[in-house]
Design a protein around this ligand. Structure first.
Ligand SMILES: [Zn+2]
Length: 361
């Protein structure tokens, strides 16, 4: 337990530790950076650090207040889940409760004006159970425009016993007036080595699978933890077959049309998953581009396929890779228009081959 258990972003952890140690935690903080790197986790750690009975510049996770903090969060989570189910907008925000530690998040697409109004009313009253209140506003970029000025007023004259921690992916999505009121703590993507270590401890993935998972996750711990190796392979295999067959055109004895059509069918098979399918397609494509520009490039996602990707990159050449990109964009548009994507993938295969080097008869 404690801040030591936080993974990655050492500069953010140090900032939090120093604030706690100095006893000067700014009334308004802004945690910004990519999704899935632990902004909310660290905000909660800081919140516990502010109320913990034992640890100095840290939290213990065991004292009565640390445990109480967890109970408050669980109760608030339940309350939010219930409210999200309510259809009638006025009733959704009826009787909002604010615990001394609370995460404020969007109930609908937005954090509603009423949420901020009630938050403001309570921020100036005495905390109930803790020496201070900590309000964590998650996805602060979703605060409804009608509520922004209300929040600004609180941040301008922060109540003595309340700390605000705003969280958002990109600080520039917030109104400058809000941004300038907050002390900013920036977060970065988590390093690959840290993610691989975590996966080694917490999953049964093999070393090559861990390497791939870290690449696919792109620096987000949450994505890395959710990585399903079998599922990724299943999604990627039709692309591998597709690329293999189209890249081989003009270099082998004959074009493997069956493999092109079969893989096109497999790519289009589960239309509910087309988003995921296209995402994998785009990742292979950008890997091909990178390797074409620099065959020694290391910054590729599908690291386990590097030798094959290099081979395909050499055979497909830029013109056909650009076609592939256009084809994926087209498949994406077809999906939005709800058109059967198989046709798109088949045409793409034929297109790719027609732009390939014609074989001498
Ligand atoms: Zn404690």
């Amino acid at each position: 337990m404690g801040l030591d258990s936080f993974l990655g972003n050492p500069q953010a952890v140090t900032a939090v530790r120093e604030m706690l140690a100095s006893g000067r935690v700014p009334g308004a903080l802004l945690f910004s950076g990519p999704d899935g790197v632990g902004k909310k986790t660290l905000a909660l750690m800081l919140a516990k650090g502010l109320v913990c009975e034992r640890a100095g510049a840290d939290f213990c996770g065991e004292c009565a207040r640390c445990r109480k903090a967890d109970q408050m969060l669980a109760a608030a989570r339940e309350d939010f889940a219930r409210r999200r189910e309510i259809k009638e907008s006025a009733r959704r925000v009826e009787g909002l409760i604010y615990f001394d530690l609370q995460i404020i998040e969007p109930i609908t697409k937005f954090i509603l004006a009423e949420q901020i109004r009630q938050l403001r009313a309570i921020a100036y009253t005495r905390p109930f159970e803790f020496p201070r209140r900590i309000f964590i506003v998650d996805e602060a970029q979703t605060i409804h425009w009608q509520a922004v000025d209300l929040l600004l007023k609180v941040l301008e004259e922060p109540p003595e016993t309340t700390n605000f921690i705003l969280i958002c992916p990109n600080a520039f999505e917030l109104r400058p007036t809000i941004r300038s009121r907050c002390t900013r703590v920036g977060f970065k993507p988590v390093g690959e080595a840290i993610i691989q270590d975590l996966l080694a401890r917490e999953t049964k993935l093999s070393a090559p699978q861990r390497e791939l998972a870290a690449r696919v996750a792109g620096g987000t711990v949450a994505r890395a933890k959710a990585f399903d190796s079998a599922e990724y392979d299943r999604r990627r295999q039709p692309w591998v077959d597709f690329l293999e067959a189209t890249a081989a055109h003009g270099t082998g004895p004959s074009t493997n049309w069956r493999q092109i059509f079969d893989s096109a069918r497999a790519l289009a098979e589960n239309r509910g998953e087309l988003d995921g399918t296209l995402e994998v397609g785009y990742s292979l494509l950008s890997d091909l581009m990178r390797l074409m520009l620099d065959p020694a490039a290391d910054a590729i996602v599908n690291i386990d396929l590097k030798p094959r990707l290099k081979d395909w990159a050499g055979k497909l050449r830029l013109e056909r890779i650009e076609k592939l990109k256009a084809g994926l964009d087209q498949a994406y548009r077809l999906q939005i228009r709800n058109v059967n994507p198989q046709l798109g993938f088949e045409t793409l295969g034929m297109d790719l081959i027609s732009t390939g080097a014609p074989r001498s008869a």
